[in-house]
Every structure is written in C-alpha cells, then in structure tokens.
Design a protein around this ligand. Structure first.
Ligand code: COA
Length: 260
C-alpha cells in the first residue's frame, strides 16, 4: 500500500502506521484523513495483523493538529463537513476490531490529541505534549475532543484544558490518566511493539471480544453493557482457544492459541 502522507510497515502481526508530514509537524490535512480511512479499512480486512500502532514521523510531533491552512477556509457549511470527516475517521479507529496503540512522540495538539484519544491505548515519550489549543484559533475542538477528553479524564479538567488551550506535559498526562505509560523518546516505539506483541500472542477471539465489550460502554447503559458482556463472555466459552487457555494453565504450559 502506497500513500503520500502515511508510511505503513508490518512486523509479524503488528501494523505500524506513521503519519508522515514532518515538515508540517504531521498536521492532518484532508488527504491524510482520506489515506488513514483507506489504510484502516484495509488493515481491518488483513487477517495477518492483530494489533496496530500509530505514530508520527520525526522526533518533534505525533500530530500538531488539523491542517490550519485548510481549516481557515471553513464557513458554517464546510465547517460541518470538516468536523464530520475527522470524526468519521476517528470513530473508525475507536471502533476498530483490533487494538490500536497510539505511540505519541511529541506534540499531540488539537486533532493530534483527538487522534490519540480515539486509540485504545496511549503510550507517550517523555517530551510529548498534549493539548486542545483550538480556542487560540477562535474555534473549538471538532474531531471529538470535547466528548472524548471529558469522558477520559473528567469534565472539570477537560474544561480547563479546552478553555485555556494550555499544553499538558507527558508527566501531567500520566497523572490525569490521559496516557497509560511514559517512555524515553528512544524507547517509545520498541516499548509500543513489545506491548503490541504481548497482545498479538493471545487468542485473538478473546482480544476482539474484550475490545468490543469495552467499546460498547460508549453507546449503552451499564445494565445493557453487563448483558452484552455476558453474551460475549459466553461466546468465548464456546471456542477452542478457551479450552486451550484453561488446559494450558492447568498443565503448566504456554497456550497455543489457534484463534478458533
Ligand atoms: N497546521 C498546519 N501547519 C502546521 C500546523 C498545523 N496544525 N502545526 C505546525 N504547522 C507547520 C508550521 O506552519 C510550520 O510550517 P512552515 O515551516 O512551512 O512555516 C511547521 O509546521 C513547523 O511548525 P512551527 O510552528 O515552526 O514549529 P514550532 O516548534 O515553532 O512550534 C507548535 C510547534 C506545535 C507549538 C506550533 O507549530 C503550533 O502551535 N502548531 C499549531 C497547533 C494547533 O493549534 N493545533 C490545533 C489545530 S486545530
């Protein structure tokens, strides 16, 4: 797969996506969003890939936001489609049926922070900086930031960051639960790959159903969510992987999952 603004490499069962516009700090223009949509749709169909990592090219930025050159042309009508386009791609990532790990390696601002928020796990380099600085441009976050940040941290904190536009250091992001772990800049990608490999080695039916159950919390009440979890739990009980995983534990050996 060849893209103008993305690099895509595979290593065993991991797909590594790099947003590749370093001269613009990997800002998301419309072409890059289209490419991301196409790539994720292709990876979803690729049974050889179990986990996706997404990062930014260069050592300065993950993604420094939506492309302000395109953004500045928006009026009310085009503002709706601008916002919906980014939201659609990020919804695709949030609801992706394989785990997506954001390896945040620098500025994750505006659309970059929103992209990280749509991923399932966020790992960050010590020099990374998060933030929703849209108010500095006279707009508000439009790729899901007001919704996902408020749910992920809490509404008071989200209000502070969105209303001040202040940047959030990696350490602060860790303290408020915005990122899972921090690594040195040099180690970030290797550590993301290690985590991805740990997930990729498990029985993938359980991984996909666990993700599906977690994703349902966005759309349904806890009572409905618990019923949904029970149904997916029971589906797992019907698999050969479940028999293998429990037998391997009792026989004190490594499980050999067949994803069946
Ligand atoms: N859209 C378009 N271009 C962007 C961009 C964005 N969101 N963010 C950075 N760039 C471009 C700059 O215009 C510059 O391009 P140029 O070299 O052609 O002039 C290049 O990337 C490097 O950025 P620069 O601002 O020179 O780097 P810096 O180290 O001085 O500052 C930031 C880094 C991230 C603090 C600064 O680029 C910034 O504030 N970016 C915008 C962040 C933002 O508001 N995002 C939300 C958008 S909705």
């Amino acid at each position: 797969m060849n893209f103008k603004n993305l690099l895509y490499n595979t290593e065993e069962k991991i797909g590594l996506i790099t947003i590749n516009r370093p001269s613009k700090l990997n800002a998301l223009n419309s072409e890059t969003l289209d490419e991301l949509q196409t790539l994720f749709e292709n990876v979803e169909k690729d049974n050889s890939i179990n986990v996706v990592i997404i990062t930014g090219a260069g050592d300065k930025a993950f993604v420094a936001g939506a492309d302000i050159n395109e953004l500045r042309e928006c009026n009310y009508e085009s503002g709706i489609s601008f916002s919906e386009k980014g939201q659609n791609v990020f919804n695709l990532i949030e609801n992706f049926d394989k785990p997506v790990i954001a390896a945040v390696n620098g500025f994750a601002l505006g659309g970059g922070c929103e992209l990280a928020l749509a991923c399932h796990i966020r790992l960050a380099s010590a020099n990374s900086k998060f933030g929703q600085p849209e108010v500095n441009l006279g707009i508000i976050p439009g790729y899901g930031g007001t919704q996902r940040l408020s749910r992920m941290i809490n509404t008071g904190r989200a209000a502070e960051y969105i209303l001040t536009g202040d940047m959030i250091s990696a350490e602060e992001a860790l303290n408020i639960g915005l990122v899972n772990k921090i690594f040195t800049n040099e180690n970030l990608i290797d550590e993301a790959k290690k985590m991805a490999n740990r997930i990729a080695e498990k029985g993938q039916i359980a991984i996909r159903l666990a993700l599906k159950s977690i994703q349902s919390t966005n759309n349904i009440s806890q009572i409905e969510g618990l019923k949904f979890e029970t149904k997916l739990f029971a589906e797992c009980c019907n698999t050969a992987d479940f028999k293998e995983g429990t037998s391997a534990f009792l026989e004190k050996r490594k499980p050999n999952f067949k994803n069946k």
